[in-house]
Design a binder for this molecule. Sequence first.
Ligand SMILES: Nc1nc2c(c(=O)[nH]1)N[C@H]1C(S)=C(S)[C@@H](COP(=O)(O)OP(=O)(O)OC[C@H]3O[C@@H](n4cnc5c(=O)[nH]c(N)nc54)[C@H](O)[C@@H]3O)O[C@H]1N2
Ligand SMILES: Nc1nc2c(c(=O)[nH]1)N[C@H]1C(S)=C(S)[C@@H](COP(=O)(O)OP(=O)(O)OC[C@H]3O[C@@H](n4cnc5c(=O)[nH]c(N)nc54)[C@H](O)[C@@H]3O)O[C@H]1N2
Ligand code: SF4
Ligand SMILES: [Mo]
Length: 705
Amino acid sequence: MKKSVYSICGMCTVRCPIRVESQDNEVTWIEGNPHQLNGALCAKGTAGVAMMNDSERPQQPLIRVGDRGAGRWRKASWDEAFDFIADKLKTIKKDFGPEAVILSSRGGPWQGMYKAFIHAYGSPNYTNHDSTCGRNTHHASLSINGVGRKGFAYDIKNAKHLVLFGRDMFSSLRIAENNQTLDMLDNGGRLTYVDVRQTMTGVKATRFFQVRPGTDYALALGVIHQVIKKGYYDKDFLKRYVTGFDELCTFIEEYTPAWTAKECDVKEKDIIAFVEEIGEDRPNVIFHPGWNLARYNDSFYASRAMHILNVLMGNIEMKGGLFIPKGPGDCGKKGIRSIDCAKPDIKRADGIGWEYKHFDKGPGLAHLFINRMIAEDPYPIRAWIAMRHDPFSGMPDPEKQKIAMDKCDLLVSIDTNYSEFGWYSDIILPESTYLERDTPIVLQKGLKPRLAVRRKAVEPKNDSRSSWEIFTQLANRLGLEDTFAFKTIEDLWKWQLEPTGYTMADFEEKGFIELSDSPIFYDRDKLDGQFKTPSGKIEILSEKLDKANLPSLKPFVAPDKAPEKGMFRLIYGKVAVHTQGHTTNNPLLSELMPTNTLWINSKQAKKLGVVSGDLVEISSKDKSYNATVAAHVTDFVHPEAVFTTHGFGKAIPKQTRNYLSGVSDQKLMIGKLDDWDKAGGGVNLCEAFVYVKKSIRNTKGRAEL
Ligand SMILES: Nc1nc2c(c(=O)[nH]1)N[C@H]1C(S)=C(S)[C@@H](COP(=O)(O)OP(=O)(O)OC[C@H]3O[C@@H](n4cnc5c(=O)[nH]c(N)nc54)[C@H](O)[C@@H]3O)O[C@H]1N2
Ligand SMILES: Nc1nc2c(c(=O)[nH]1)N[C@H]1C(S)=C(S)[C@@H](COP(=O)(O)OP(=O)(O)OC[C@H]3O[C@@H](n4cnc5c(=O)[nH]c(N)nc54)[C@H](O)[C@@H]3O)O[C@H]1N2
Ligand code: SF4
Ligand SMILES: [Mo]
């Protein structure tokens, strides 16, 4: 039988809208939802079928029989698997209290369900991946605008100039945003890109700055200096909605373009020319505040500086600028219901909310659990449930994490693949892939807010379950039916939609329900109340930071040089054909990119006697981890840095296509769990230095046979 469903892509967490065709329970076609994406999809999105049919994934629940990490498993039925977990969770609750369990998930619109589960069980310890992703940006936005990272969105299509500091959007994709940027360029818009190396985004840019690693903050300060000097800012907006501008003017005086040029290894005249361009293009100049900014020890301040630049441009709540995403209330409509459960009134084990009071309490900071688990402080942790999260890939220094995990009686991985954490865990629950599962309805805020839902295209191929079934079943066994009161997804959808007056039939035409026919902008003269800071204004000087004894305007401190000869700063990034660490074994995508390489600057390579294609050996600073990969020699990476792509160097024998291929950046980041930003919360992933040398495995001559 032929079928066509609208759904949501699950090959990465951007969650593009899709349309999927199937026949006799086989997927025959996937495309971007024509009503939103005009059919566009990325390579990963089209590799979903290969993922679903891949036999190198867990196909039924697996319970560990050998030592942790030894890879010996026995198959279990779902009933046995649920009983296994529920029994352990009951014992842990009895012996150590419910707070002895951590649940981590990959954030996103469905995290409410996972959070509700762990809260209903009695633990406050819900966490997500974000301390190694967007936390610095999130906290930067909170400290200035009073709303988090998603409290603003960008109307790139109608902008005249988009400025990206290390937001390599044409590798680290978001299809709708990519298309908007291409439209902007087609309309004559400008794109300025800043990176330590040349990228897919940089080659599309109208201006490219190759900066010294870790100097984005300096460049932004220099730009702010020049913008203020030239008077290229919106005086009315500042007067009305912003505090701290006078202090900014004093602070910025010393950060001249000449100073900036030296710190960043760029030319003074280019900074001045760039400011002239944004002077012409304002207010329709968008400074993207960054996404994966878990990088340097001042990335939080760099992101704050981008926010300040947006405020100076006066681009808030306008076409071609930043806008506040609108919800059902703005359309005079009622919102959907979602599964929820109040957080238990118990101290979090990561210290957020009591030791560190200035951070968003929601997901806390995952990396802070590790030392506390090892020290059993403030209390013992005896279980970690990882739902669509791979702590060993997403957080640095997995060997140190293992010391903490070994304190646990239960490690659960709920995953579509074998993750590095899953391979070490006690039980793997295979989730059905996104093509085989339904998910709860979600609200997507925006200029035209929408309701969206994922619908399965085919029935599961393996003995897998959807996450809503997994959490409902576990909840039932633990007596948490009050929170998980539904039996079928249809019951859940009906309950979610009840207040709205819509039904599931309303999704049929386009795959989503649009809550407004036209884009909604607020009146720019009536923005009072939109900024949720203590003063109700955009705060360049933040009261919250002040209370935490942190500066709002922090002087720039130049990044460290390599501690020894032969060492380089390790920089990482993503690539358009892979998602983090979980597609490098995909049958199609592994063909497109089977391994990573190490980018090294031509002059440095010459000193090491390395030419492109030569094997180089990379070692962590304590030499506990090393790997050998081919060198990619180029002028287009800063001489202090070497660069590699995240997601490789995996050591899961069941995944034969990517087994030990390439180098793992997170395994090189020794000690980085303890190196994090006290103001922004992000882990300083790019503050790691590694040894690089020519490998002895390079053959000296070639034998002609
Ligand atoms: N194809 C694909 N798309 C994705 C993802 C994926 O895995 N694959 N992941 C998604 C996720 S979760 C995220 S968070 C986003 C991340 O999207 P981005 O934030 O764009 O992140 P990255 O690709 O990690 O890094 C971007 C760039 O930062 C550069 N960089 C390093 N140091 C510096 C510096 O000092 N200054 C500057 N200016 N640049 C520097 C690196 O060279 C790299 O090119 O991508 C999302 N989209
Ligand atoms: N060294 C280094 N560290 C990094 C990064 C880096 O580039 N370098 N990137 C950082 C960034 S930006 C992020 S966002 C984090 C990401 O860190 P994680 O969130 O841990 O990474 P992912 O690979 O997106 O997903 C984790 C797991 O989800 C599984 N998964 C995928 N789809 C599904 C599904 O449909 N259901 C279920 N149940 N599981 C699924 C995958 O198989 C994978 O094992 O890592 C961060 N850490
Ligand atoms: S960016 Fe690609 S993989 Fe990610 S959701 Fe969109 S189509 Fe899927
Ligand atoms: Mo991320």
